[in-house]
Design a protein around this ligand. Structure first.
Ligand code: XIL
Length: 392
């Protein structure tokens, strides 16, 4: 077996197609022989393209880890996207199975079975693991919000302590609180989302409780506040106000998770503005991109709120121009993120378009937000960020 390092792999890619692609196209036979570079096609054909092992994470190994959300059924069913995860990524997080609904569906009992499966899988495959998420206004049983403020506090502290200590030194980064910032200005709750958590407690104190309990349970884990739409100045302003307040009061927070659920209207610059704002205000805090994807629809807010005026479904016919625009924006984002050392991981919210949450939310529609298509083949968006010579 001839060992091929990352630099050689890149050279092979520059030659037009990957080594494995030669095998898949029937042109190269075995991949144990030295590859013969084929003439560079002007438009590399994606059909049969298989990414070479480790290329993606290796490409960015000096900058940040590359992550993806995963679900246990992908692992149990040996879904092809798991091969891509093992080959190409260096970090993972649970799409659902570490949310309170999954871990503690009834008060007083914990079910770590699926979360354990994911953490073990990460360890077995040399992937870092992030914990998503300890506190959210969704996927959380109602009992969490019941009783007096003291009872709610004790219950939350107990939950965070149980979960974080179970994975102490095994989960390196926790999304301690998720989506606690208000989307609109001047709400009764100030910068906080007027959520079930806020209403049950009557203030944003639950954020303090979660961070303090997490730090006590695993002093080595990085603790993040995770939020969407940090690309937008208004939302970001409220988030930064809350982070400043937490730091002023010595609440143990280490950084910001930027979900980065983008669509085609969003620019790479808006992502950089979010990172730069944290860097400028809070030297020493880290940034993580935690849930990156890019919807091919540019829906108005009403689509998310009431599922009205959503963009029309492309079905199976995504225009090539859209696919290219997505690839270019992903490339621009990665080219800018490598210049920002505070960014420690870039995680995608899934691997294959087939299983993205955006096929059903905000409305049922065929979406194409990720790097691999429905057959788990690399899309132009993937090629654009692993091969700087790839012509979009
Ligand atoms: C979504 C998952 O993708 C779905 O499978 C699940 O049913 C609901 O949650 N922001 C978050 C994620 O922080 O937890 C959400 O994940 C997507 C939006």
């Amino acid at each position: 077996m001839v060992e091929i390092d990352a630099r050689q792999r890149l050279k092979i890619l520059i030659g037009g197609v990957s080594l494995l692609a030669l095998g898949n196209c029937g042109g190269g036979g075995s991949n144990t022989s030295t590859p013969t570079p084929t003439p560079t096609p002007t438009t590399p054909t994606p059909v049969g393209y298989q990414p070479t092992s480790g290329l993606f994470r290796n490409q960015y190994r000096n900058n940040f880890k590359i992550g993806s959300s995963v679900q246990t059924f992908h692992i149990q069913n040996s879904d092809p996207l798991i091969d891509v995860l093992k080959d190409q990524f260096s970090s993972m997080l649970a799409e659902y199975e570490m949310k309170p609904d999954s871990i503690a569906p009834t008060e007083g009992s914990f079910d770590f079975s699926t979360a354990d499966t994911l953490v073990q899988f990460a360890e077995d495959n040399g992937l870092d693991m992030q914990g998503h998420t300890l506190l959210w206004h969704q996927s959380t049983p109602d009992y969490f919000f019941q009783g007096s403020k003291d009872q709610i506090k004790a219950r939350l502290q107990n939950y965070v302590t149980e979960v974080v200590s179970r994975y102490r030194d095994r989960i390196s980064v926790w999304h301690v609180v998720n989506e606690v910032i208000s989307d609109a200005d001047n709400g009764p709750a100030g910068p906080y989302r007027n959520s079930n958590w806020y209403q049950a407690v009557g203030s944003g104190e639950f954020i303090d409780w979660a961070f303090e309990a997490a730090r006590a349970a695993d002093p080595n884990a990085q603790l993040l506040i995770n939020e969407y739409n940090t690309e937008f100045p208004d939302k970001r302003g409220r988030l930064l106000q809350v982070v400043q307040d937490l730091l002023d009061r010595n609440i143990p927070i280490d950084g910001v998770g930027h979900q980065c659920h983008l669509d085609l209207n969003d620019s790479a610059e808006s992502v950089f503005a979010a990172i730069d704002a944290v860097d400028d205000l809070f030297a020493g805090l880290v940034n993580h991109i935690t849930e990156l994807d890019m919807s091919v629809y540019s829906d108005p807010g009403s689509c998310w709120e009431t599922q009205t005026n959503c963009d029309t479904d492309y079905g199976d016919n995504l225009p090539e121009s859209i696919s290219k625009q997505q690839a270019q924006t992903f490339r621009d984002i990665f080219n800018g993120l490598i210049l920002r050392p505070s960014v420690e991981t870039v995680s995608f919210w899934g691997i294959s378009d087939k299983t993205s949450w955006l096929n059903t939310i905000p409305t049922t529609r065929t979406n194409y937000p990720l790097l691999f298509d429905r057959d788990v083949q690399a899309k132009p968006s993937f090629r654009a960020i692993v091969d700087r010579f790839y012509e979009i």
